[in-house]
Write a protein that binds this ligand. Structure first.
Ligand code: ATP
Length: 271
C-alpha cells in the first residue's frame, strides 16, 4: 500500500469506572490507504464507535486512551493542541454520526448551516458561502433551492446527504461514517452509499465506514476489519471476507445473517 492516510497503531482505550476499568479497544492496529473505502464491522458494543471518536479526537471521559498512536498523514492526532484540533476537524477528518440527519440545527436554514462552517473555517462571506454550498449540494444531488429550506422540510435521506455535503465542505482527507444510514430505508441507504463511493473516486478522500451490517459492507468496501470484544480479529479484502473468511467469528457473523441477504451480497460482491 502507498503511504497510508490513516495509521492506527496499537490503540487501547478504556472506559474508567468507579471500581474497575473496562477495555473497549484492545491493541488495535490498521491502516487506510489514499482513496480507500475501509469498513469496521462487528456486533454492537465491540468498540467500533469508540475508535471512530478517538480518531476525530471527540472522545470524552470516561473514555481514556491508554496507549497507541493515531497517525493522520504521519502526524499523531493524539498530540494536537486545541488550535491544531480546530483546524484538523472538518479539514482533515470529518465524521458523519449515527444520527447525523438529526444533527442539523432545526431553527437555521440549510444555507446558514453551510455558512457557519465555511465562514468559521475559511472566512467566507455570505455570497461566497452560498456559491460553495450550491456546488456541494450538487455533489450530493440536491437542488440548490433547498438552501432556503429548514431541516424539517427535507426528508431523512435528504438531510443525511446535506450533512455529508457539509462534511465534504473543507475537502477532508478522511470521511468517517458511523452507521450513517441505519435509520434510512434500504433503497435510500444504498443510494447514499453509492453516491459516497462516486464522490470518493472524484474527490480522492478515504472512507472509514462503520456498521454492524457486514452484508452492506462487503458491497461498498475495499477492505474490512472485523472486531470482536475490542480486538481486531481479521482484516481482509471485502471479497475475501465474504468468500473465504479466516476467523471463526467472521464465519459466525455470516452464519447469523439471513440467507436472502447473503444472496444479494453475493451479487454485490461480484459486480
Ligand atoms: N461512556 C461510556 N462509559 C462506559 N462504557 C462505555 C461508554 N461508551 C461505550 N462504552 C462501552 O464500550 C464498549 C464499546 O462501545 P462502542 O460504542 O465503541 O461499540 P460499538 O461497536 O460502536 O457498538 P454500537 O454498534 O452499538 O455503536 C461497549 O461495551 C460499551 O458499553
Amino acid at each position: 500500500m502507498s503511504v497510508p492516510v490513516l495509521s492506527v497503531k496499537n490503540l487501547s482505550i478504556d472506559y474508567i469506572g468507579d471500581e474497575t476499568d473496562f477495555r473497549a479497544v484492545d491493541d488495535v492496529s490498521f491502516d487506510i490507504g489514499p482513496g480507500e473505502f475501509f469498513g469496521l464491522a462487528g456486533e454492537s458494543g465491540c468498540g467500533k464507535s469508540t475508535i471512530a471518536f478517538a480518531i476525530s479526537r471527540l472522545h470524552r471521559p470516561p473514555a481514556l486512551i491508554r496507549s497507541g498512536q493515531i497517525l493522520l498523514q504521519g502526524r499523531n492526532v493524539l498530540d494536537l493542541d486545541k488550535e491544531q484540533l480546530r483546524k484538523f476537524r472538518w479539514s482533515e477528518v470529518a465524521m458523519v454520526f449515527q444520527s447525523a440527519m438529526n444533527s442539523l440545527n432545526p431553527v437555521l436554514t440549510i444555507e446558514t448551516q453551510f455558512y457557519d462552517v465555511l465562514h468559521t473555517h475559511l472566512g467566507m462571506n455570505r455570497a461566497q458561502a452560498r456559491e460553495r454550498a450550491a456546488e456541494l449540494l450538487k455533489l450530493v444531488d440536491i437542488s440548490v433551492d433547498r438552501l432556503k429550506s429548514y431541516p424539517h422540510q427535507c426528508s431523512g435521506g435528504m438531510r443525511q446527504r446535506i450533512v455529508i455535503a457539509i462534511c465534504l465542505a473543507l475537502n477532508p482527507k478522511l470521511l468517517i461514517m458511523d452507521e450513517p444510514t441505519t435509520a434510512l430505508d434500504v433503497v435510500v441507504q444504498r443510494e447514499i452509499l453509492q453516491r459516497i463511493d462516486k464522490l470518493r473516486v472524484e474527490l480522492g478522500f478515504s472512507v472509514l465506514f462503520i456498521t454492524h451490517d457486514l452484508g452492506l459492507m462487503v458491497q461498498v468496501c475495499d477492505r474490512i476489519g472485523v472486531m470482536l470484544e475490542g480486538k481486531l480479529v481479521e482484516v481482509n479484502g471485502a471479497h475475501d471476507i465474504y468468500t473465504a473468511p479466516q476467523h471463526d467469528y467472521t464465519r459466525k457473523l455470516w452464519a447469523s445473517m439471513p440467507r436472502l441477504h447473503g444472496e444479494q451480497i453475493r451479487q454485490g460482491a461480484q459486480q
